[in-house]
Every structure is written in structure tokens, then in C-alpha cells.
Design a protein around this ligand. Structure first.
Ligand code: KPL
Length: 296
């Protein structure tokens, strides 16, 4: 018998991972905030083999059934309230995988739900949701997962999970991986949001701005003792830009949909570190202000 995974936050990335998991033979249930008027939901995904419609049972967050495996793919700013909405369904033994952009949430979760078994995950898969609700898998990436602060070896569930999700690996030093992902997001997402362009378009005229951001992010990371996270940052960022060229970054999607953005958890967090460390982050600070103004 396989584990039943609940997905909290079926946006573009959550829907993509739900599809990977179901395709790989994992039982997937979507969690929904609306009352139980629907008991299943279909999501069309293209750019995935096989393309097509994935249908899942839906469970309302307020339902009583306990959750043993939970994948959280909400926006960073809703993680705590989303988890609170299912807290009555969590056991001491529930395995929670947190796959969100930005930094600082794991400590807040551990504080709100002490004892929860938390795995942190980060992905460079590119996906966006169209106006008709379908999801486009716009670029392949790598997914890394690991324990919050430890060096633990992969848990039993990771075997099927990693066979279902392409290029998915267990990572022993998630702090470095999360910093690297933050650095990549800080170099790509805010600029695409302000310029209104695809990731791929950053390789054209805005490329110098990307390089300047990479240089500044590298200095901040080095000052924070995270030099390993930003080795060759510039070439990694341009690789992600090429690999997800057709994708509209999650921040651009948020701006276009009139939703709040994750800027405070990405560039906001980075600028805060830079200020604490006394490191110059002029370009990132300007971009932070620009997104705050733009997204208003
Ligand atoms: O993580 C992303 C995002 O959009 O949030 C990237 C990797 C930049 C893909 O668009």
C-alpha cells in the first residue's frame, strides 16, 4: 500500500507535483478551503508526458480525517494560516514537506507546531497557471529535499516520491540549497515582475541587471558564511533562465493576477541580511521598492 499524500496549495507548482506524484503511482488528495461542494477536481497539465487531465479527490481543510503525509505548496505568506487550517488533522507523526519560495518559514512552523516532522524542499521546475485554470509545465528543473536542520538519511516515503518526481534528490545540507534557491529567485523573479517579461527574456537586454544582482547577492551570501550556495551564481541563474525560458516567474504571475507577491520572503529577507551584515545591496533594495510599488 502506498502513502496517501495531501496537497495544500494546488497552484501551478502544487498541481505539477500532484501530477508527478499521481503519475508515479502515489495516492494524491487535494485540500480545499471551500466547503465540500465538490469531491473531485481535474487539472489539465501540458508540457508533461503524458499530457492531459489529472483528477484527484478533494478534501475540505475542515474535514476530520487525519493526514499522515502533507505537501505544502502554498504561497509563502499563507503557509502559517494554511497549516493552522489543518492543524486538527495533523498527528505527532505527520510528515510535512514544505516546498515554498523564500526563507524563514521553517522556524515559524516549528514554533507554531512543535514536534512536527518537517522536510524542506526546493525546486527549479517551472510551471504557470493559465486563465482557464490549466497548468503549463514550462521548464524542467531539479528538486532537492532534506531535513530542516539535520543530516538525516532519506525517510522510507522518499523512495517512491523520488521515483515519481523527475530529478529529485535527498540533500544533506538544505541550508545551502535553500540559500541557493533564494539567490536564484532573487535574481530572476522580481525583475520579471517589474519588467513584465518571461524568464527567457531576461537573457536579452536586462542581462546586465541580472549580472549586477548576482554580484550583489553573492557578496551578501559570502558575508553570511554561505559562499558554497553562490558558487557560480551568475552561470546557474542563466542556466535556470534558459531552462525555464518560456515560464512566467511565480512573482510575475502574482503581479498579473493582482495577488500579493513573495517579495518580502525573497528580496526583503535578502536585503534584511545585507543590512544586518553591513553589506551593500543597493540594486536589490531598489528592486524591492519597485516590486512593492508595482504590486500595490
Ligand atoms: O522558482 C521560480 C519561480 O518562478 O518562482 C523559477 C525557478 C524562477 C522558475 O520560474
Amino acid at each position: 500500500m502506498t502513502e496517501r499524500w495531501y496537497v495544500l496549495g494546488a497552484g501551478a507548482i502544487g498541481s505539477l507535483f500532484a501530477a508527478f506524484m499521481q503519475r508515479g503511482g502515489i495516492e494524491v488528495v487535494l485540500l480545499d478551503h471551500r466547503d465540500g461542494s465538490t469531491n473531485s477536481r481535474s487539472i489539465d497539465i501540458d508540457g508533461l508526458e503524458p499530457c492531459g487531465r489529472f483528477t484527484y479527490p478533494v478534501s475540505t481543510v475542515g474535514a476530520p480525517e487525519k493526514i499522515d503525509y502533507l505537501l505544502v505548496t502554498t504561497k509563502a505568506y499563507t503557509v502559517l494560516s494554511a497549516l493552522a487550517s489543518v492543524s486538527h488533522r495533523l498527528r505527532d507523526t505527520t510528515k510535512v514537506v514544505l516546498m515554498v519560495n523564500g526563507m524563514g518559514l521553517d522556524a515559524a512552523i516549528q514554533k507554531a507546531h512543535p514536534g512536527l516532522s518537517l522536510t524542506l524542499a526546493t525546486t527549479t521546475e517551472g510551471a504557470y497557471r493559465r486563465a482557464d485554470g490549466s497548468v503549463c509545465h514550462a521548464g524542467s528543473g531539479r528538486t532537492l529535499m532534506g531535513e530542516a536542520g539535520g543530516k538525516a538519511s532519506p525517510p522510507p516515503w522518499f523512495d517512491l516520491f523520488s521515483r515519481s518526481v523527475p530529478d529529485c534528490h535527498w540533500e544533506h545540507d538544505m541550508a545551502v540549497s535553500l540559500w541557493r534557491k533564494l539567490a536564484i529567485n532573487a535574481a530572476i523573479n522580481p525583475l520579471t515582475a517589474v519588467l513584465g517579461c518571461t524568464n527567457g527574456e531576461l537573457a536579452g537586454e536586462p542581462a546586465d541587471r541580472v549580472r549586477a544582482l548576482c554580484a550583489e547577492i553573492t557578496t551578501v551570501a559570502e558575508a553570511a558564511g554561505m559562499a558554497r550556495a553562490v558558487e557560480d551564481l551568475e552561470s546557474t541563474v542563466f542556466e535556470v533562465i534558459r531552462g525555464t525560458a518560456d515560464n512566467r516567474s511565480s512573482m510575475l504571475q502574482d503581479v498579473e493576477a493582482g495577488r500579493p507577491t513573495e517579495i518580502e520572503y525573497i528580496t526583503g529577507w535578502l536585503v534584511e541580511q545585507a543590512n544586518k551584515l553591513g553589506v551593500d545591496a543597493t540594486n536589490n533594495t531598489r528592486l524591492l521598492e519597485a516590486v512593492r510599488t508595482h504590486a500595490r
